[in-house]
Structure formats: structure tokens, C-alpha cells
Design a protein around this ligand. Structure first.
Ligand code: CUA
Length: 158
């Protein structure tokens, strides 16, 4: 039996159309399962904050909460960190709490485990112990605009 040419074309179209529907549906299912089933959430879920009121509700500071224990409340904004220089004695642990009043920034300190996204409306928490004296750069590693590459600070371990 001879098949009409039109039928073959239709089958090829169907072979492409079906995956183009199945793929986004599959991705949506994966998204819903990971978000609600697997509990996938923002990088650091330490709390939420009203982005418009960060200046009043999130005072930046470096506080020695116990011997060798520092609490740093940090604001990452275009294009700087406040505070941008932190001095601690060697062997200290710094507990960073950071937020952003504008766009997504990064908080990254090479050679430590500090590596977190700083999202507007969200407070990020990460801590690290500094045993080796030296200067550790604080780097924004999320592209945040034209002067992103200038956004940096430092931790000085004495
Ligand atoms: Cu802030 Cu890049």
C-alpha cells in the first residue's frame, strides 16, 4: 500500500511537537517536586527583611559577641560592602549576617567557606574561622551592574 506524502510529513511534525510539549512539562514537574517536595530553598534562609527599610532595620556593625567570636552585620549594595574592612585576631570566628537593599550580590571570601548569594529581602548567614593571619578579600561574585568588579572589601586577621 502506498502512503500519501502528506502523512509522512505529519508524522515528522508530531515527532518534534510531542517532545517540545513533554520537555517543558517535565521541567515544570521537576521544579514543583524540588521546590515543595525536596525542600530546595534560597542559599541561606536566615530570615526575611523589608528591602525598602534596610537602612533602619538592619544597622551594620562589627561586634565582638564573645572572646574570639564576632558578629558582622553587613550590607551589600551597589557597589560596596558596609562594613568593608573587618579586623579580627587570629583564631576568630566571624558570623556574617548580610542583606542587600537593591539587587542580588555575592559574598565570597576565597580560602574560607564564605560563599553565599546576598538577595534583596533575604538575610544570608554564613560563618568562618580565621586561623591564618593575613588579608582576606571580600568579593562580590554575582554580577550586579556596571561597577560590579569594584565591589570588594577585606578581612584583616592579625
Ligand atoms: Cu555586587 Cu557584584
Amino acid at each position: 500500500m502506498k502512503r500519501a506524502a502528506g502523512t509522512t510529513i505529519y508524522l515528522w511534525e508530531l515527532a518534534w511537537i510531542l517532545p517540545s510539549i513533554a520537555l517543558p512539562v517535565g521541567m515544570l514537574v521537576a521544579l514543583v517536586v524540588t521546590a515543595f517536595g525536596a525542600g530546595v530553598h534560597v542559599p541561606s534562609d536566615a530570615g526575611r527583611i523589608d528591602v525598602r527599610r534596610v537602612a533602619e532595620t538592619f544597622p551594620t556593625q562589627v561586634l565582638e559577641i564573645a572572646p574570639g567570636q564576632y558578629e558582622v552585620r553587613m550590607k551589600a549594595q551597589i557597589w560596596s560592602f558596609t562594613p568593608n574592612e573587618i579586623r579580627v585576631a587570629r583564631g576568630s570566628t566571624i558570623h556574617f549576617w548580610a542583606t542587600s537593599p537593591d539587587v542580588v550580590h555575592g559574598l565570597f571570601i576565597p580560602r574560607t567557606n564564605v560563599n553565599v548569594m546576598v538577595l534583596p529581602g533575604q538575610i544570608a548567614h554564613v560563618q568562618a574561622r580565621f586561623d591564618t593571619p593575613g588579608t582576606y578579600p571580600i568579593i562580590c561574585h554575582e554580577y550586579c551592574g556596571i561597577a560590579h568588579h569594584t565591589m570588594a572589601g577585606k578581612v584583616i586577621v592579625e
